[in-house]
Design a protein around this ligand. Structure first.
Ligand code: BMA
Length: 314
């Protein structure tokens, strides 16, 4: 349990844990990594900007979740084949990983002259990768798939891009990972609040006894540009469209020098967190779209924040 003086997310003293200096091929950034445990190792799929300004996805592995070894080759680069080539022309970004059965599903942003869509790929071993489908139209970002079927269907949170209403978090369902529907909005930004400009799902939802823990990002526009922070919400286990509570306060904001300054200033952005058997959580985030960082939190503390200090407006 954290005391009122402790931060709810404790930054690792060795941050940043991965930078462009660690990558054995030329890149300018290392950030917004999807995370999962596979065969006892922690897998990190991280985004990097090339010097063209376009992004690719690399892979690193770790025994302890802090020290990562980067593979010599990137893991996902824009496809040269058919439909995927058309929609990945400008790059692949921000992967989220979900383990379901023996499959690891990787949902990532596919950028092209047609906008940004979400592509879904599948692997069982983080060696071979198979592209499954493009699962949204343009413009969508931030798809996280729940790590188990709910009511017999796959479920996901996502964030359509809309200029009419503030960018909000939606839920959709699918029988087969290809066709998605029954969509509805589940969390909206709150006016004059740290997430007022836009919000989006971050880490793959984490099952707790009290509900699905959703670590999301929220953006606030200032005179000096946007500030990206992280917050938490709790969704009903059987019906995740029902939000039990959304913490009023953010859980992490840009504070370290490599979060405040970099490729994009004032950004902490998460695409993955790993729950540990002892009830703790390793939360990973990109700092200033430039480096990867990690911190720890108690899952109970995050759940309690949603339950005991919720926003008044949902
Ligand atoms: C969002 C996405 C993220 C990025 C963030 C801050 O729109 O592009 O990949 O981390 O902006 O630049």
């Amino acid at each position: 349990m954290n005391s009122p003086m402790d931060p709810i997310v404790r930054r690792y003293a060795g941050n940043p844990i991965l930078t462009k200096a660690d990558i054995p091929y030329p890149v300018e950034t290392v950030h917004n990594a999807g995370m999962v445990k596979h065969d006892g190792h922690t897998i990190m799929l991280f985004r990097s900007h090339l010097r063209t300004g376009r992004s690719i996805i690399g892979i690193a592995e770790s025994e302890d979740g802090y020290k990562f070894n980067v593979r010599p080759e990137p893991f996902i680069t824009p496809s040269n084949d058919g439909q995927f080539a058309e929609y990945e022309e400008f790059g692949v970004e921000d992967p989220r990983i979900c383990k379901i059965g023996d499959d690891y599903l990787i949902a990532y942003s596919a950028y092209s002259r047609h906008g940004v869509r979400i592509a879904l790929a599948r692997t069982q071993d983080f060696q071979a990768i198979e592209r499954v489908s493009l699962i949204t139209q343009a413009d969508y970002r931030n798809v996280v798939i729940f790590p188990e079927k709910i009511g017999g269907r796959y479920a996901r949170l996502d964030r359509p891009h809309s200029k009419i209403s503030p960018w909000a978090i939606w839920i959709s369902y699918s029988p087969d990972l290809i066709h998605w529907g029954d969509s509805e909005v589940v969390i909206k930004p709150v006016p004059y609040h740290w997430d007022e400009m836009k919000i989006g799902p971050g880490a793959t939802p984490i099952r707790t006894d009290q509900g699905w823990l959703n670590i999301y990002h929220g953006v606030f526009e200032t005179m000096d540009g946007a500030v990206y922070r992280l917050g938490v919400a709790l969704h009903d286990l059987e019906n995740p469209a029902k939000v039990i509570g959304i913490a009023d306060e953010w859980i992490l904001q840009p504070e370290d020098p490599w979060e405040v300054t970099g490729y994009v200033h004032n950004v902490v952005f998460s695409c993955g967190a790993i729950p540990e058997p002892d009830g703790s959580l390793k939360l990973y985030w990109g700092g200033a779209d430039t480096v990867m960082c990690v911190g720890t939190a108690q899952i109970d503390d995050l759940v309690n924040l949603c339950l005991t200090k919720p926003r008044s407006s949902q």
